[in-house]
Design a binder for this molecule. Structure first.
Ligand code: HEM
Length: 482
């Protein structure tokens, strides 16, 4: 209910701000129609509010895709709508979405609500375009794929998981969502800025909480508003990170040529004559903490939820992980990242969790010119919403799509399918996807090999972000062999 009220207020204020310009944009949209493609069918809803209220009321249910599915039945896989004060072309067609995601910034640029863009800052990788975005994306992607980082992350993750699980007691519930948030945040902060758990980490965590509270706030930046408080928290985090950057520039703690963290990667110029500013680096470090606090822990939490509801999958996953654990114990070797990723069934469990969970429901772009795709016109200035959730839950792509069935991936070619895009695609394909899978694999391994558990009743909430309503409380029992 609170969410609904907040969004109605956001809508109202946004509408007042954009009302005038919007009417003009709508007119221009139809005037610039060249006759080459056709504006998709659909309904722009009520004047000003469009179809936003229906969109939000669906988003608050356990079937948020019902808004899109209803229109898909009426108008086809690509249709027009009007949500959050903007005309949208919505695509539940995997091929059309793929073409848009592969387009460059001359055709489409990212488009986010105003409060989000203010908080991220203009140099965030999520907002910049062209050569600079490609350069930063490439550097980060290569670092997250490097063997050196994977080995380091595996060690760190094992340490943090062990520390967290050592404290689990059998006589009170463990909230999986909180535990995984704590672990994944520490792992990512270490990979980004080499900060170890301690006072500064606690300071960062506290400020970060203040920062993300503003991601879904009213776009008003004056003292007293949530957005203002969040920007202040971001400033404090920025200061700490700039101090770390400065000490790296001064050569303190250096010695090795191998980058230790993402800051090192961005500080190395790699042949480019354009140095990245400290502010740009700091802003991007903060933005990249968001998946550490949100997407990755949600992936782990949902995996625990789905496994709790599917004993056959849990049994097979546990057997696979126990076998690996025993084998490594016999050899007297520690587990490496390739050991974790070599477990085929565990990978199918993670893949199926990504499909069912839809942690990121879709991505948004804005058309920079009139564009025609598969006969559909996307007018200049309109937003495009690639809605992955409907594709992932479409029975023509997946039999019994609402059933958690990791075995389906033993037959399907997941790599080449454009019907499976939890990490987006094209120019902005998530550079953290290997890292997310690695973290989830390590967590699941230690969890299922050390504990049995009983989960309390809980439900998945999908709006404004995916999470568990009660933070996934479970009662654990340590296995005897530990
Ligand atoms: C389950 C976990 C994750 C999911 C579901 C996820 C999903 C996504 C998606 C869908 C996009 C595309 C956004 C767009 O096209 O506009 C994206 C981009 C991105 N992700 Fe992730 N992500 C996850 C984890 C991570 C991690 C661990 C990192 C590491 C820091 C990361 C860093 C990024 C960055 C930097 C981008 C922007 C890339 C660009 O615009 O060039 N993500 N992610």
């Amino acid at each position: 209910m609170e969410n609904l009220l907040l969004f109605i207020i956001i809508l109202f204020i946004s509408f007042l701000i954009i009302l005038y310009s919007n009417f003009h944009r709508r007119r221009r949209g139809s005037c610039s129609f060249t006759g080459h493609g056709k504006l998709p069918s659909g309904n722009l809803g009520w004047p000003v509010i469009g179809e936003s209220l229906e969109f939000i009321s669906s988003a608050l249910t356990d079937r948020p895709e019902s808004f899109m599915d209803k229109r898909r039945r009426l108008y086809g896989k690509v249709f027009k709508s009007h949500i959050f004060g903007t005309p949208f072309v919505v695509s539940t067609d995997a091929e059309v979405s793929k073409i848009v995601l592969q387009s460059d910034a001359k055709s489409f640029v990212p488009s986010y609500p105003k409060s989000l863009t203010e908080l991220m800052g203009k140099s965030s990788i999520l907002l910049i375009n062209g050569g600079l975005q490609r350069r930063i994306h490439g550097l980060i992607g290569a670092f997250f794929k490097s063997n050196h980082l994977k080995a380091q992350i595996t060690r760190d993750m094992q340490t943090y998981v062990r520390r967290s699980m050592e404290n689990w007691k059998e006589d009170h519930p463990i909230f999986i969502q909180d535990e995984t948030k704590n672990i994944a945040f520490q792992v990512l902060v270490k990979a980004l800025i080499s900060l170890d758990p301690g006072e500064e980490m606690e300071f960062l965590k506290k400020q970060f909480q203040g920062f993300i509270s503003g991601l879904m706030s009213l776009p008003i930046n004056i003292p007293g508003t949530q957005l203002y408080r969040s920007l202040q928290a971001k400033k404090k985090m920025g200061k700490l990170i700039q101090k770390i950057i400065q000490s790296k520039r001064d050569g303190i703690g250096g010695g090795s040529n191998l980058p230790k963290d993402v800051i090192d990667v961005l500080l190395m110029n790699n042949g480019s004559d354009q140095t990245l500013t400290d502010e740009l680096i700091a802003d991007n470090m903060i933005d990249m903490m968001i998946p550490g606090e949100d997407s990755v822990p949600v992936l782990m939490t949902l995996a625990v939820k789905y496994l709790s509801d599917c004993p056959a999958a849990l049994k097979q996953l546990t057997e696979e992980n126990m076998k690996l654990k025993e084998h490594k114990a016999q050899l007297g070797e520690p587990l490496t990242w390739s050991d974790y990723l070599s477990l085929p069934f565990t990978q199918t469990v993670i893949t199926e969790t990504l499909r069912m969970g839809n942690i990121i429901i879709g991505v948004m772009r804005k058309a920079m010119k009139d564009i025609e795709i598969k006969g559909y016109l996307i007018p200049k200035g309109w937003c495009f919403f690639a809605y992955f959730r409907s594709v992932h839950l479409d029975e023509t792509n997946y039999d019994w799509p609402y059933q958690f069935n990791p075995w389906r991936w033993q037959e399907k070619d997941i790599i080449s399918s454009c019907s499976f895009t939890p990490f987006g695609g094209g120019q902005r394909l998530c550079p953290g996807l290997d890292l997310a899978r690695l973290e989830a694999s390590i967590f699941l391994h230690h969890f299922v090999t050390q504990f049995r558990w009983v989960a309390e009743e809980d439900t998945v909430v999908n709006f404004p972000t995916v999470r568990m309503k009660r933070r996934m409380p479970i009662w654990v029992k340590r296995k005897e062999e530990n």
